[in-house]
Design a binder for this molecule. Structure first.
Ligand SMILES: Cc1cc2nc3c(=O)[nH]c(=O)nc-3n(C[C@H](O)[C@H](O)[C@H](O)COP(=O)(O)O)c2cc1C
Length: 466
């Protein structure tokens, strides 16, 4: 079997993902692996048509494709994302990928690996590949027998797919066309933001992007025009390449080479209200956005954008790709921001889009003035717990800044650390083994007991003391 691996790790062959791929290859009888370092060589593929053609030749000859990559910022490395943008924009590439059987394989620490797989699956469907299955390995799984057993199972599935036994299905059927430019007019400045800085960070990939008009309409609500920064102006030389040199001293190797760090330090982290704006073209924000986001990794797992009122503007078929909301809700929720809403132009109806932009502007300023931050939801809560455990158990050795931040801010909040609670729980646990008490508790006491602590709070609230 000619198994063509499109490697999405910017580290090329010396990557965690490729160690797993080698193991998978060994477990597929008769497989010959052809690994193409897509992410590492993206510059050449982008600039030299013969390089892209060579990749497409290999794709055409493949019996099975394996899209293997590390999860980066809840999706993929920006260089890999760039490749899929190029492929979606090329007739030749679309023809080469259409009808190809494809498996998706990732390594990660399982932080939003599901959104990464959804993104990749959307891309597979967009290019009309035949998706036969995905596998999300924890980056340490290869070192455990349990992990290897599951990998062998995936190898068997891929083999079955080659024999045609594996049923594929299309999940993303709609890839809506962008609405194109619209005249959204102006709202009339009525929101007093003289004491509030509003920053819009934007990237457009299409000549007919609706973003400029959307940003103008949104901005026209404010007395002080928001600052608008187009990512192109930062001259990003690269997204994160996973070299991890930053873990030593919080400095990215590209710091001096472009405007990323200056912008982050001087503008992004100091604004009160931050709005992200992007074209939606190839199933996500643009790859330049992804380059920008992944470069925030110089600060490890410590959030840089925090305590902000936020919004998202999207030009393109946002609702065709629910993972986009999941990514930004999770990312911004984990960092203690309040992401109020998403506005897209996909309705294609200027009056509706304009009104939604006005509403977002008003809601953002109101939330800022009220200092309103809702409690974290499942995505943010679980994100915290996952990072906490990973940093405590092994990442904190390398990412020492993360470890110090977690210590200093009481973020190692394991339930096992609450000794008094554990002793009490043990006592109550044993008490509930007593037959008479047990019956009485489960049939009569439990439900009223659950609301008892709240009754006390409400009593105090009625007296204006809570
Ligand atoms: C910039 C960057 C972003 C990352 N983002 C995520 C993430 O969102 N979720 C996750 O579980 N792991 C994330 N990781 C961890 C990698 O997915 C993991 O270490 C992977 O095994 C690296 O594979 P590689 O050596 O093949 O590149 C990230 C790592 C880097 C360097």
């Amino acid at each position: 079997m000619n198994l063509v691996v499109l490697n999405g790790s910017p580290k090329g062959n010396i990557s965690v993902t490729m160690q797993f791929v080698e193991y998978l290859g060994l477990k597929i009888p008769g497989a010959s692996l052809n690994i193409l370092n897509i992410a590492k060589e993206i510059r050449g593929i982008e600039r030299r048509p013969e390089k892209l053609r060579a990749v497409l030749d290999a794709v055409r000859r493949a019996d099975l494709l394996l899209l293997a990559y590390p999860v980066y910022y809840m999706t993929v490395p920006s260089s890999y994302m760039r490749f899929w943008e190029l492929a979606a924009a090329s007739d030749e590439a679309r023809a080469a990928f259409a009808g190809k059987r494809v498996g998706v394989f990732t390594t990660s620490i399982h932080f939003f690996d599901h959104t990464s797989h959804e993104y990749m699956r959307a891309v597979c469907d967009r290019l009309e590949m035949l998706y036969v299955g995905g596998f999300s390995a924890h980056m340490q799984d290869l070192t455990t027998e349990g992990g290897r057993e599951k990998l062998r199972g995936f190898a068997a599935r891929l083999t079955a797919s080659e024999a045609g036994a594996w049923h594929h299905s299309r999940r993303y059927r709609r890839h809506g066309a962008p609405a194109g430019k619209m005249d959204l007019g102006e709202a009339g400045a009525h929101l007093d933001n003289t004491k509030t800085s509003v920053l819009v960070v934007a990237d457009a990939s299409r000549a007919d992007s609706g973003l400029p008009a959307m940003i103008d309409r949104f901005s026209s609500n404010f007395v002080q025009p928001p600052r608008v920064v187009w990512l192109e102006s930062l001259g990003l030389v690269s997204g994160c390449t996973g070299c991890l040199a930053c873990a030593m001293d919080l400095r990215c190797v590209f710091t001096e080479k472009d405007g990323h760090r200056r912008f982050v330090d001087e503008e992004l982290t100091t604004a009160d209200i931050v709005v992200f704006a992007s074209d939606i073209d190839t199933c996500f924000f643009t790859s330049r956005w992804q380059a920008f986001l992944t470069r925030l990794f110089f600060n490890g797992h410590v959030p840089l954008i925090k305590g902000k009122q936020m919004g998202v503007l999207a030009s393109g078929p946002l609702s065709d790709y629910p993972h986009i909301r999941s990514v930004f809700d999770g990312f911004m929720g984990y960092s203690g921001n309040h992401l109020l809403d998403y506005v897209s132009d996909e309705a294609g109806e200027p009056h509706t889009v304009g009104r939604e932009l006005d509403n977002l502007a008003t809601a953002l300023l109101e939330a800022k003035n009220a200092a309103y931050f809702p409690p974290p939801r499942f995505d943010a809560v679980s994100a915290h717990k996952l990072f906490r455990d990973e940093i405590f158990s092994h990442l904190g050795v390398v990412f020492q800044h993360d470890h110090q931040y977690f210590c200093k801010n009481g973020l190692y909040d394991f339930p096992t650390a609450q000794l008094g609670r554990r002793v009490l729980n043990r006592f109550l646990y044993l008490l509930l083994k007593t037959p008479g008490l047990r019956r009485r508790f489960y049939t009569r006491e439990m439900v009223p007991g659950m609301v008892r602590p709240y009754s006390k709070v409400l009593e105090r609230a009625r007296l204006g003391r809570a």
